[in-house]
Ligand binder design. Structure first.
Ligand code: ADP
Ligand code: MG
Length: 568
């Protein structure tokens, strides 16, 4: 029976138990079965795996699947084996296999039993494997998480770079299927080029996730208390909380536990056994919350994650979209809450300082988009979809009212005159201040740097003192986003006027500034957020807090008020 005659629907039913294809799956699969190069762009949870698994099962030969994570491959192999007669239908080829195991994999491939061979990209660089794969029939090559090939993606893996060469060595005319959930035009172009398939038929699904609610809150010193409150309001629901550092992960997990929330930490610094244990606890619902670094989540298929919180803002919109995308995969509720403080952006910028200039430029450009997203007053969904090259209409689009900016529009104020003042100050003080110092000039506070420049910035010193320094800081950020100012890369952080900015000074136009909510300081409600030891005085403070807590809040929180001390 030829492939054309095989009914795709019955194969779908037979191998996967589904009665309908999802989204573009059927079109994609037909294209893969026909042996064309194929490029699949679908959001996380869109059902990309099936786009290569089903063709692999019905085509002659073995499909090679490149995937960045061993855990991810193992899950898929187990799932395929569960519905097949022969265990050899799917294998993982990696460095942990011994000689006998490698021989078994090779035999199964040679005997036509293996339909899917999963490999990590670094294993594919092994001569022995490549030499063997040259001698057998390969149906096609699937490159999953193909954005790993691009430095503009959120998860660049240098080993992905060599794939094109390796594929060519395995066979000259092996069809390639690239799959990704990253939809920026830049990454797409990189993928097509790096995989050497400019002519690939591209299938792009919409990235709208109408069931996700997007919210950004200002990050104050009470962020932990705010998170606890949020989690308590969502008691019993599954959620992920992302933090930037391992230390913060540990600290926050502990704070949550202390406050009676079932939470476990997850980061790459934990030993493998603990990581697996914590991941399983999450999947089996023995814990509600995983506090994690970005090491957690890729390929974790838990459909009912009800919230994803970003304690620290991620370094790109793609990362944000990927990470929030783990919420509500079953189509049910999914709350995506990110905490934002400009300080954190500066921290991320500092991390990049030692990197090669090109990499820094990419990093800054991506970060600037994050700032824009966090500070925007337009619909977050519209912003994200626009970033991915998709037009979204809030009035008619699905999920159009599912974000904070639409539900509670930010107040906007006309800031045309202040923008002009700001830009003129930058220009006439000869573009030598970073944002922080420029604000000091505007409000008329001197510091060592400013006094050393006193003469030429004289007329500007204190020109904006009727406004709060935080107002000026927020305006500078929004003006940066509007590209009237730019940050110098060499002397990192010094503000310079752009051409657009020069235009603005000549012919000022309306500039609506979104009111900044960062000034909010909510009370702590007696939630214990300080579990670190830190010298006697810190302990004393903590003990006093504890006492207060006992009195006031045991009832409100519904947990026994206790606290643990970490070894210093
Ligand atoms: P992606 O790789 O795009 O993130 P997956 O391939 O992991 O998505 O699939 C996400 C989920 O959708 C999986 O649980 C999968 O079983 C399910 N799925 C895929 N195709 C279908 C389908 N046609 N019908 C129902 N469920 C599907
Ligand atoms: Mg996938």
């Amino acid at each position: 029976m030829s492939i054309a005659e095989i009914d795709l629907h019955s194969a779908l039913k037979k191998y996967f138990g589904f009665s309908e294809f999802k989204g573009l799956q059927e079109e994609v699969i037909k294209n893969v079965v026909a042996g064309n190069n194929t490029f699949v762009i679908m959001p996380t949870g869109g059902g990309k795996s099936l786009c290569y698994q089903l063709p692999a099962l019905i085509k002659d030969g073995t499909a090679i699947v490149v995937s960045p994570l061993i855990a991810l491959m193992k899950n898929q192999v187990d799932a395929i084996r569960a519905v097949s007669e022969h265990e050899g239908v799917a294998h993982v080829l990696n460095s942990s296999l011994n000689k006998t195991e490698v021989k078994r994999v090779k035999d199964d491939i040679t005997n036509g039993i293996t339909k899917l061979l999963y490999v990590a990209p670094e294993s594919l660089t092994k001569e022995e494997y490549v030499d063997f794969l040259r001698t057998v029939k390969i149906s096609f090559m699937a490159v999953d998480e193909a954005h790993c090939i691009s430095e503009w993606g959120h998860d660049f893996r240098p080993e992905y770079r060599n794939l094109k060469t390796i594929i060519k060595r395995i066979g000259d005319d092996i069809p390639i299927v690239g799959l990704t959930a990253t939809a920026t035009p830049k990454v797409q172009a990189d993928i097509l080029k790096s995989l050497g398939m400019p002519n690939a038929v591209t299938f792009k699904a919409s990235f709208n996730r109408p069931n996700l609610y997007y919210e950004v809150r200002p990050k104050t010193k009470n962020v932990d208390a705010d998170i606890i409150r949020f989690v308590k309001q969502n008691e019993g629901k599954s959620g992920i909380i992302y933090c930037l550092s391992r230390k913060r992960v540990e600290g926050l997990a502990q704070v949550l536990q202390v406050n009676g929330i079932k939470a476990v930490p997850y980061h790459a610094g934990l030993d493998a056994k603990t990581r697996v244990k914590h991941q399983d606890m999450f999947l089996m619902e023995d814990t509600d919350v995983v506090v994690a670094t970005i090491a957690f989540g890729m390929g974790i298929d838990k459909p009912d994650v009800r919230f994803v919180i970003h304690h620290d803002i991620p370094k790109s919109i793609e990362s944000y979209y990927q990470e929030t995308g783990r919420a509500g995969r079953d189509g049910g509720e999914g709350h995506c809450l990110a905490y934002y403080a400009y300080k954190d952006i500066e921290k991320l910028e500092k991390f990049m300082a030692g990197k090669p200039v090109a990499e820094q430029e990419i990093g800054h450009a991506l970060l600037q988009e994050v700032v824009a997203f966090a500070e925007t007053s337009v619909s977050r969904r519209k912003f994200i979809l626009h970033y991915f090259g998709e037009e979204f209409d809030n009035e008619t689009g699905e999920g159009g009212d599912m974000d904070d900016n639409v539900r509670h529009p930010k107040k906007q104020v006309e800031a045309q005159d202040d923008v002009k003042t700001l830009l003129e100050t930058v220009s006439k003080t000869n573009e030598k201040y970073k944002a922080k110092d420029l604000v000091q000039v505007l409000v008329g506070n001197s510091n060592a740097l400013i006094s050393s420049h006193k003469t030429d910035q004289q007329p500007f010193f204190g020109i904006g003192k009727s406004k709060d320094p935080r107002y000026w800081m927020a305006l500078i950020r929004q003006v940066l986003v509007a590209r009237y100012l730019k940050k110098d890369i060499e002397t990192y952080g010094v503000l310079r006027l752009s051409e657009l900015g020069q235009e603005f000074i000549k012919t000022p136009s309306s500039f609506m500034m979104a009111e900044d909510h960062v000034f909010d300081e909510t009370s702590n409600d007696g939630i214990v957020t300080n579990v670190k030891g830190g010298g006697a005085s810190a302990d004393e403070k903590l003990m006093k807090m504890l006492k207060d807590l006992r009195k006031r809040n045991a009832k409100k929180l519904g947990v026994p008020p206790f606290v643990i001390f970490q070894d210093p």
